[in-house]
Design a protein around this ligand. Structure first.
Ligand SMILES: Cc1cc2nc3c(=O)[nH]c(=O)nc-3n(C[C@H](O)[C@H](O)[C@H](O)COP(=O)(O)OP(=O)(O)OC[C@H]3O[C@@H](n4cnc5c(N)ncnc54)[C@H](O)[C@@H]3O)c2cc1C
Length: 373
């Protein structure tokens, strides 16, 4: 059996590693031109014992993960937005108990990439559409005449705006009502009071329907993201020129943080000296699922895009990869009928997991940011 995985994010790469480790033939097709195409992939991720870490354990990569990750990054603080006083902080994790150490996205990606067979990740390959011919599939890429054929199974691990999703359902992501605006303060620009307040982990300060999330990164820098309720299309229509980071940071703070925010929080946006990335947060409807289709399935954000307010997205993506690989292993690689059953065996509990977590993150969103009305 030959498998194509679309997308070299954490979900797709975990699946590739698990399949290759069990001698399945699989190729990964990634839109990025190279592994270095996006040096900053977003703030760091915590991997949970039963999902992200379990997938790495079965991939034979847990020791390397333990060497690269930061257990102290699990620390979490809640601050008063106006005074910057700490209102709550977690206790350090107990040795031997379930934990969720942090790892930088790039380190996780490289850990997985380095574990794959040389040449099995194809860069600069943006999937356009999939054509079914008999019992196999042909992949067609954007801006490229050459296609790839003869795949028995195609797995869409291509994230929020998955192209493969369209083969399974006409449903598209809906705007959640919240936009995140993120910047990163490099280590040398982290002010001493910021250093102390953020500590080794994450910090949140809430005010009305706004929430500032700050997080220590592996290189000592600090990411700062302002989450706020906005109308759909706000990023393009708000009049802030996001291309000019300096004026964008000033405009954001003037318009949205001038009152009720302590100086230290305004400084985290103003003083970053770095790019600023606005991201409108989209989601699939809670409980969305598709009818099974032979030889095609999805995992991770492609399967269940949700907002980050339950902190589980990457863990679900890696758990999906683990469960799909287990289902394929049980099946063993022979016969189309049972491949369809193996996929259904993976999809049924995945839909349940996704629905539970999507409902939780939606509940958290409503609690923090209110509803559209
Ligand atoms: C602001 C924010 C904060 C978050 N914080 C957390 C957190 O703290 N904890 C957590 O667990 N999760 C968090 N998440 C969610 C987490 O980032 C995702 O759930 C996770 O990255 C999903 O992994 P994935 O492999 O499914 O998709 P992705 O990481 O999106 O990877 C998809 C890959 O597919 C590629 N691709 C896309 N389209 C194509 C195409 N047509 N052809 C080929 N390749 C393609 C992309 O380039 C990418 O490499 C956060 C998300 C956001 C937006």
């Amino acid at each position: 059996m030959k498998t194509a995985i679309i997308g070299a994010g954490p979900g797709g790469l975990t699946l590739a590693r698990l399949l290759q480790r069990n001698h399945f033939v699989c190729e990964v097709y990634e839109r990025d031109a190279s592994p270095a195409a996006r040096p900053y992939q977003g703030s760091s991720l915590d991997l949970h014992t039963a999902s992200g870490q379990q997938a790495l354990k079965e991939a034979g990569l847990l020791d390397e993960f333990n060497a690269l990750s930061r257990p102290e990054g699990e620390a979490f603080r809640v601050c008063d937005a106006a005074t910057a006083k700490i209102k709550f902080k977690t206790k350090p994790p107990k040795p031997g108990k379930p934990n969720k150490p942090e790892i930088d996205r790039l380190l996780l990606r490289n850990l997985l990439l380095d574990s794959l067979l040389p040449g099995s990740v194809h860069w600069g390959k943006q999937l356009d559409y999939v054509e079914q011919v008999g019992q196999t599939h042909i992949l067609h890429f954007a801006n490229e005449p050459q296609s790839e054929s003869e795949f028995d199974l195609v797995v869409g691990a291509d994230g929020a705006w998955s192209r493969l999703r369209a083969v399974l359902s006409p449903e598209v992501p809906i705007f959640s009502g919240v936009t995140a605006i993120e910047t990163i303060i490099s280590k040398d620009l982290v002010r001493s009071d910021v250093d102390e307040l953020v500590g080794h982990g994450s910090l949140i300060a809430n005010r009305g329907t706004q929430s500032l999330w700050c997080q220590r990164q592996g290189d000592g820098g600090v990411s700062a993201a302002q989450y706020m309720r906005t109308p759909e299309g706000w990023v393009a229509q708000c009049g802030i020129n996001w291309e000019d980071s300096e004026t964008a940071r000033v405009a954001l703070v003037d318009r949205h943080m001038s009152e009720g925010w302590a100086e230290i929080f305004r400084h985290m946006i103003l003083g970053s000296g770095a790019e600023i990335w606005p991201r409108a947060l989209y989601m699939m409807p809670v409980g969305w699922r598709w009818n099974p289709k032979p030889g095609i399935t999805l995992l991770g954000d492609a399967a269940h895009l949700m907002t980050p307010f339950a902190g589980v997205g990457v863990n679900l993506a890696m758990e999906d990869a683990l469960e799909l690989s287990r289902a394929l292993l049980r099946w063993g690689g022979d016969g189309r009928e049972s491949l369809t059953e193996a996929i259904a065996e993976y999809e049924r509990p995945m839909f349940e997991r996704a629905q539970l977590n999507a409902a939780l993150t939606w509940k958290n969103l409503v609690r923090n940011f209110g509803t559209h009305e």
